[in-house]
Design a binder for this molecule. Structure first.
Ligand SMILES: [Zn+2]
Length: 532
């Protein structure tokens, strides 16, 4: 009975945990690393072909995104998850495969000209379609006999439609241990989906800590803020453009806008149009509509009972084809446009920004976290000009954000979740958090609850029968990209240019505000152009 940590150990993405139990080889999640990567992940001690089961907590790519690769490497086992997660994976894994293929094609087009070796995509749409045939879906709360010695149960984690914490009972030689994997733990009072459910017993807990050191603060009145933005923008004759994640956040926005329309909160713009312009968001919305029983919370169910679809309303329009998308900006009627990607670094949202950013009557409303280096972040930080499709666009639109909106529990929510265990687990493993946050949160539950808590690094292994640490290899930090590429003389020149830029910046200290602003914007534009 062995547990080995592979991904999302002292990191926020790439969830992948390996269990050897009752003679079977099991993965809990098989996620892709996204964004900043700190440590070289240790391989799991099994071949893909030897993995019998994957228990999948939810559909987000940082938990499911490497399943097609596992399949390409020979996996033939079963992936057990909830029905809604299965349906969301059908669209999200295919979307991810398209992105892998598109990126490889783009690099090859450039690489060919430079005589470089061809790049192959990490996986293909065939791999995604292949792995989808291995899914077996289940309901929340039912105990499933996986095989001799292994039972599991999915409990609603309230993070995304279909998301779950997973309870696993393993029996070896007459001894049973229960391990709980939290998955991503949801925020409370999110529209549509339920609040996270609590679990009361476990010998071991593997728990996320994304917001382990932070509070979301008091929950703002989103209906009031959204009404204010829409009213003012439509009054000015402008469009409200909402960059939004296609799965989850888009449906929350539709829920809010339905309520705003139903309560008649927007004056003088009867029946204003709302466009969802993202094929993935449209498909995800259909999946939300299909999966009502068992997944929606009481409020959403009360609407359904009254014959109201919580995420549908008059004049909600969806754009699937690129012609539909282009047509949106050809009409001058003020409207709301929801499009992806949420951080504006790809997708159709960039076209809507091109058409609306320069218009002072419009508003760009951010409804999610914007990572460093993205166009969304640059806009929030006050960029005055941005480059889109080779054109310089003057930022005249109003830039707003709905603060504190999150699908993750904050530190208090996480404490509430772990405090629900009636008896002290033998050990709590803290994963899925930024490097130092995992340590901070492990220390907190040790000091406040007296739990034995550890924040394992990738490659760490534990015997769950004896609660012994079997291996704790030193983590290997990922070499900074710049150092890895230093061999190239051309790249060295670029680095030298960067150092010169830093010198020039320092020499400009004390310059006029106007000059400094202009210089800053030019640097942001340069970064936007080359940050890919
Ligand atoms: Zn997630």
């Amino acid at each position: 009975m062995k547990l080995v940590f592979s991904g999302a150990a002292h990191e926020v993405t790439g969830s992948k945990h390996y269990l050897e139990a009752a003679g079977k080889h099991i993965l809990v999640d098989c996620g892709m690393e996204q964004g900043k990567d700190l440590f070289e992940n240790q391989e799991i001690p099994a071949n893909a072909a030897d993995i019998d089961y994957v228990f999948l907590t939810h559909a987000h790519i940082d938990h499911s995104g490497l399943l097609p690769l596992l399949y390409a490497q020979g996996f033939t086992g079963s992936i057990i998850t909830t029905e809604a997660t299965y349906q969301l994976c059908q669209i999200m894994l295919l979307d991810s495969a398209h992105i892998q293929e598109f990126e490889a094609e783009w690099r090859n087009r450039k690489g060919k000209r430079a005589g470089a070796e061809p790049v192959v995509p990490l996986y293909t749409t065939d791999d995604a379609n292949g792995v989808l045939k291995h899914f077996v879906s289940c309901r929340y709360e039912e105990i499933i006999d996986i095989c001799d010695g292994i039972k599991i149960r999915f409990i609603d984690a309230g993070h995304l439609l279909g998301s779950a914490s997973i309870e696993i009972w393993i029996t070896e030689d007459g001894t049973t241990k229960k391990i709980v994997f939290s998955g991503d733990i949801g925020n409370t009072d999110q529209p549509i989906i339920k609040d996270p459910q609590y679990i009361e017993e476990a010998d071991y807990v593997v728990m996320e800590s994304t917001y382990g050191d932070r509070s979301h603060g008091e929950r703002p009145d989103y209906i009031k803020e959204l009404t204010d933005v829409i009213q003012k923008t439509l009054d000015r004759g402008g469009n409200v453009v909402i960059p939004s994640f296609a799965v989850g956040r888009t449906q929350e926005m539709l829920y809010f806008i339905r309520q705003i329309k139903e309560e008649g909160l927007i004056k003088n713009h009867d029946g204003f149009e709302v466009y969802v312009d993202s094929p993935l968001a449209v498909e995800a919305t259909n999946i939300f509509n299909r999966n009502v029983p068992g997944y929606y919370d009481d409020e959403a169910m009360a609407l359904i009972d009254k014959g109201i679809n919580p995420i549908k309303f008059p004049n909600l329009k969806t754009a699937v084809s690129s012609e539909d998308s282009i047509a949106i900006n050809s009409s001058t009627t003020p409207k709301v446009i929801i499009s992806a990607s949420g951080m504006c670094d790809a997708g159709r949202i960039r076209h809507h920004l091109k058409h609306n950013l320069w218009r002072p009557e419009c508003t760009i409303l951010f409804v999610g976290y914007q990572s460093e280096g993205t166009l969304g972040r640059a806009l929030i930080e006050g960029a005055e000009e941005v480059k889109l499709f080779g054109e310089t666009i003057n930022v005249q639109a109003e830039i707003r954000s709905l603060a504190g909106i999150s699908g993750h529990a904050d530190s208090e929510g996480l404490m509430k979740w772990i405090s629900a265990f009636k008896q002290k687990p033998q050990r709590v493993f803290i994963v899925h958090g930024e490097d130092e946050v995992t340590d901070i949160f492990a220390a907190r539950i040790h000091s406040e609850l007296g739990y034995d808590a550890a924040a394992p690094y990738t490659g760490w292994a534990y015997d769950l029968l004896t609660n012994e640490c079997l291996a704790s290899p030193e983590p290997v930090r990922v070499a900074p990209k710049a150092a890895a590429r230093r061999a190239s003389a051309v790249f060295d020149r670029l680095l030298a240019a960067g150092r010169r830029l830093a010198q020039v910046i320092r020499r400009n200290e004390g310059g006029t505000n106007k000059d400094l602003t202009k210089f800053t914007n030019e640097i942001y534009n340069l970064c936007d152009k080359w940050d890919r």
